[in-house]
Structure formats: C-alpha cells, structure tokens
Design a protein around this ligand. Structure first.
Ligand code: GLN
Length: 285
C-alpha cells in the first residue's frame, strides 16, 4: 500500500472515534516516529510503498488508538515546555496547563529571586516534567523532586538524563512526611486533585490508561495534598520563598482559603488558557 492510500485508511478507521483534527495530528506524530518524516515531507513521500513491517507497526498503533490508548503512551514520548519526555502508564501525560505553571514560576523567578542558586522542590514529580523544565531554564538552581512511585521516578530519572539536567530524585510519600529536612526558595506541586464525583467528566482515554494514583482524591478530603504540602511549606520554605500549585478548577476559592487560613500571604489565584482557575501562588514568612 502507498503511504497516501494508507492515510485514507487510517482516517477511515479512526474518524468514528476521534475528530478529524485529532486523527490528523495522530497521523503526523506516527509518521515522524516510524518514518522520521515531518508533516511537510509527506507530499514528496506520498508515493512511498509501505513495507510489511512498517505496515504492521501502523496497524498495531491503530488498534491501540481504537481502544482509546493515549497516543503519547503508544509513541512512548511527548513534548513538554519544548523538551522531550519519555512517558508510560506509570506517569501522567504532561498537560498544557502544567506548562503554564512552569511559565508562571519562571516569569516570577526572573523578576524577584535573587538568591543564588535557587533551591526548588517538586512534590509528586511523575515524569519529572516540572522539575526538569525548571532545572533546564534556571541555570543557577538546585532542583529536588519527590514521588511516591518508584516506577515514576525511574522514568523521571531517564528524562533528566535525556534533557541533560541534574535533579535529585527521592522516593517519598508526602502524606507520611513530617519534615522536608531542607529549606527551599520554591516548592511546587501538581498533586492528585480530581474528585471521584468528577470522574464522569474525565475522557475515557484518561480514565482507562493514566495512573489513578496521580489523578484521584477522595471526594470527602479533596484538598488533602494541598493541606499537607502547605503545612510542610510553613516549615521548609525560606523567608520570602514561594509555594506554587496546580489546582482543581472547581476548588480555586477553597484552595486559596486553605492557604490563607494557614497564614500564607499574597495568595494569588490564576486561570489557565481555558479560563479555568488552575494555579495558585503564595509566600510565607
Ligand atoms: N489536569 C489533569 C486532568 O485533568 C489532572 C492532574 C492532576 O490530578 N494533578 O486529567
């Protein structure tokens, strides 16, 4: 089969499940991964004959996509803040909202931080996307990251190596941690925050394939991670240090109030590009 013919077949197989734009973006991502061809090269390569082995690789991917497996897991990689990241079912796929959180931190660091190097802790690092993007973009930084999952940390370590940054990764359950044993300029976290009652809103590809450990919290105590991390930050933030959170869009006010009640100052609630409450920053002295 010629590549251009296969493209029609690919569309026909996936259009019942995904919208056209998504199907096209899958096609180009796979084209790049399997053939090292960019979108722009397709016109020239359209008449290329797909060999048996490639054909079966394409078909295998189609059948997984039909089962709603995220394309990032199928390709084993994705991009975050312009950097390559390996991903697998042990880590959440980095989200654009989280890129906005990194952007917020970086813009503040360059405005207000003077201490050198800047000491950063990322709690619940997963693929390592936040800690690695910060380490890559703040040259004078000492970055630490913790996670409760050994498998996630193994992925994060490879990502740090591939991106040529140093991050000190530690296996730790934050809910069982009493002291972080060091003072930080910045503590950042994108902890689990989706309530069970919000499960109906979660797309099937997320629900069936992404790690629930990284996503869900009890309806009764949805802010458990925020409370614990804020309590640790009271002890382990340097004077004028900053705490940054990605948050549940429906709990913006409640999460901000929790920080105020714990004595944090300059508590600022920020929206993501979709207009949802998504980030919080605060300081403690
Ligand atoms: N933003 C993610 C989602 O909507 C959730 C991330 C998280 O729970 N920390 O799937």
């Amino acid at each position: 089969m010629l590549l251009k013919e296969y493209r029609d077949y690919f569309r026909k197989e996936l259009l019942p499940i995904y919208d056209e734009q998504e199907v096209d973006s899958f096609f180009y991502l796979i084209l790049e991964k399997l053939h090292r061809l960019k979108r722009i090269d397709l016109a020239l390569a359209a008449e290329t004959l797909l060999e048996e082995t490639k054909l079966s690789e394409w078909n295998a991917i189609i059948s997984e996509l039909q089962k709603q497996k995220p394309i990032q897991y199928l390709l084993g990689e994705t991009e975050f803040y312009g950097l390559p990241f390996l991903v697998n079912e042990n880590v959440l796929i980095p989200r654009p909202e989280t890129e906005e959180l990194v952007e917020l931190i970086l813009s503040n660091v360059f405005k207000v931080m003077e201490s050198n190097p800047i000491t950063i802790l990322d709690i619940g690092t997963g693929s390592g996307c936040i800690s690695i993007a910060l380490a890559k973009n703040i040259s004078a930084s000492a970055v630490h990251a913790i996670d409760v999952s050994e498998a996630a940390l193994a992925t994060a370590r490879r990502n740090a190596e591939n991106n040529q940054v140093k991050v000190n990764f530690l296996l730790k359950n934050i809910l069982e941690t009493e002291d972080l044993e060091q003072q930080f300029d910045i503590i950042v976290s994108n902890p689990p925050y989706v309530r069970n009652l919000e499960k109906t809103e979660i797309k099937p590809n997320v629900l069936a394939h992404e790690p629930h450990l990284a996503l869900f919290v009890d309806d009764e105590d949805a802010l458990i991670f925020y409370r614990k991390i804020a309590q640790l930050a009271q002890k382990n933030l340097k004077p004028n240090g900053w705490l940054y959170f990605e948050i549940n869009q429906y709990l913006g006010k409640e999460t901000a109030q929790l920080l105020k009640d714990l004595g944090f100052q300059q508590v600022t609630l920020l929206k993501d590009i979709y207009g949802n409450d998504r980030m919080l920053s605060a300081t403690y002295s």
